[in-house]
Structure formats: structure tokens, C-alpha cells
Ligand binder design. Sequence first.
Ligand code: DC
Length: 223
Amino acid sequence: MPADLQIAIDGPAASGKTTVARLLAQRLGVVYVDTGAMYRALAHAALQTQTDVDNENALVRLFDQQIRVSLDREAQLGFRVFWKEKELGQDELDSPVVTAVVSIVAAHPLVREAMVREQRRIAAEGSVVMAGRDIGTVVLPKASCKIFLTASVAARVQRRRVQLDNSGVDVSAHELTQEIEERDRLDETRKISPLAKASDAHVIDSSTLTADQVVGEICALLG
Ligand code: DC
């Protein structure tokens, strides 16, 4: 394995990229970061500190001063993300209030600049599997392997429902469809680094595949 293996896994909300990225990193014995969790941590911090999510400069300050990521394969999420000194868990990162504002937070150019800087610093530490929306296009354009993971809206709604159900949150398929379609629209139409497939990315449609099968396909690509 080359010393600086960088694997970029991009795709829309609930396409299965974080599950796949984490499994793949475990299989390869490298670290994994879900960059969506970094945007979510910032959205959480903004809500907790009553920072206006339209105030780009205040968000950048909040990110620089209060959000920290640490690479730790033993962590529950596969890495650790802190707001001040508090480690954030899945419940806080995936809460409906965070989900409702995270696309607004992620659309600010200066916020993205700060995130990309930190993500590149993390990737420079060694081999990594990084999941997000702009990893193959912007963060790591020279990644050794780029995957664009898609899935039908119906499959993504179903996955999200199971995830939320496991956390005791009851949301209808109709509401989830609307939420996913709206997030796709915001992610794909924002001016700065919209969700897009890198020209050299491999597309995998995971609608009818298990995460293990997707990981198998990626390992086959890695050779
Ligand atoms: O993957 P997710 O649902 O946890 O991502 C949360 C939000 O962050 C989503 O609205 C898109 C945004 N995001 C982004 O713009 N760029 C990334 N690299 C990762 C996530």
C-alpha cells in the first residue's frame, strides 16, 4: 500500500458513504473522517451559542476556536469531533435541528475554506478514507481513488428511516423524502463546491447493494 493512500468518497445525503467509508478504512487499517460531521459539529456549536447561521465570519471564528477533530480508529464514530472540550456523539450531530441548518452553514465560502484547510491538514498526516461532498473535487483532487456513491431517493429514505428509528426518532417517509430532496437541491446548487462527481471518480450505485458489497467493489478497484 502506498504511504499516502487517499480515498475520497463523495455522494448525496444518506447514500451510505459514511458506513462504506468507515468499513473500508477498517479493512485497509487506515483512519477515516466523515467531513459531514465537521459541518454538523459547527452547526451544533452555532445553535448552542446562538450564533446566527447567516453570519459567515462568526461561524469561521467558531470553527477555528471551538471545533476540533481527532483521528482515533477506536472512537465510536471512527474519529472524534469536539465542540470546545466536549466530544460530540451521533445524537447531537444527527439531531433534526442540526440537520435543518447544516446546509446553510455549509454554503458559506469562508466556512468551506476553513473546513478544506483542516481536512487537508488531516489528510497530510497519513493514509485516510475521507467521506463528504467535495473530497474528490476540491479537498483531495489528487486522491488515489475517488468514489461517487449514489442511491435512489427511495433507498436513501429507507436507510435514513432505519437509522432514525434506531435512535428512537419517528419520521414519516414523506417527511424524509422532502428533507432529502431539499438537501440535494441545496448541496447541488450552492455556488461554492456544489456536490458533483469528479471527472475521474468511479460511480457506484448502492441502491441494491449492502455496505459490504460496496466495500468489496472499492477494494477490487484498488487492486
Ligand atoms: O453527509 P452529511 O449529511 O452529514 O452532511 C451534512 C451537510 O454538510 C450536508 O448538507 C452537506 C454538507 N457537506 C458539505 O457541504 N461538504 C462536505 N464535504 C460534507 C458535508
